[in-house]
Design a protein around this ligand. Structure first.
Ligand code: AMP
Length: 186
């Protein structure tokens, strides 16, 4: 059975970078909803047009839209065969419920990559992405605490939450994550 993983963490925690490395190392499919939305913006699709303003303001695209996109992606053959590592989804309790409905007990592990607010703010200011203005960073972190942090409890209730310290070099954090994933890999 392919493995089903979720990585949670504040924006700027390094979860995107780590998720890509894990996917490479383990052959699971990295599903980053932020990357999917940015690709839609670049391509100028209907989704991209709808999402751009919300993303620039640091808001959240609606659960209906996000659940639809992810559900479709999860049904594609590469994911069905190789398993998945979700990055940036679920971000709200509504998305978590939709995910549970879509994959059921294929969800093996939710990793909370823990990096404190002060550290992620400094990292985001340094990376200089177009949507990384001080206002949008502050808004995203607020939204994270309000909407996403409760998901940590949601995963904990299902007994699949693990916390990984996200402070350290990229290689150090990667080694911690690999060690953890070994414990659930089938
Ligand atoms: P990220 O690259 O994960 O930081 O996502 C960039 C932006 O895309 C976020 O600030 C949101 O505006 C939007 N986004 C990405 N994933 C989601 C999601 N699961 N639900 C709602 N909005 C999302």
């Amino acid at each position: 059975m392919p493995v089903g993983l979720v990585i949670l963490g504040r924006q700027g925690s390094g979860k995107g970078t780590q998720a890509a490395r894990i996917a490479d190392a383990r052959g699971v499919v990295h599903i980053s909803t932020g990357d999917m939305l940015r690709a839609a913006v670049t391509a100028g699709t209907e989704l991209g047009l709808a999402a751009k303003e919300i993303m620039d303001a640091g808001g959240l695209v609606s659960d209906d839209i996000m659940n639809g996109i992810v559900e479709e992606r999860l049904q594609e053959p590469d994911v069905v065969a190789g398993g998945f590592l979700l990055d940036g989804y679920p971000r709200t309790p509504g998305q978590a419920d939709a995910l549970a409905e879509a994959v059921g007990d294929q969800l093996d592990l939710a990793i909370n990559l823990d990096v404190p607010v002060a550290e992620v703010t400094a990292r985001m200011m340094a990376r200089g992405r177009e949507d990384d203005t001080p206002d949008s960073i502050a808004r995203r972190l607020e939204l994270y605490e309000a909407e996403t942090a409760p998901l940590i409890a949601w995963f904990e209730d299902r007994g699949i939450l693990a916390v990984v310290d996200g402070i350290g070099t990229e290689d150090e954090v990667f080694a911690r994550l690999q060690g953890l994933i070994e414990t659930v890999a089938r």
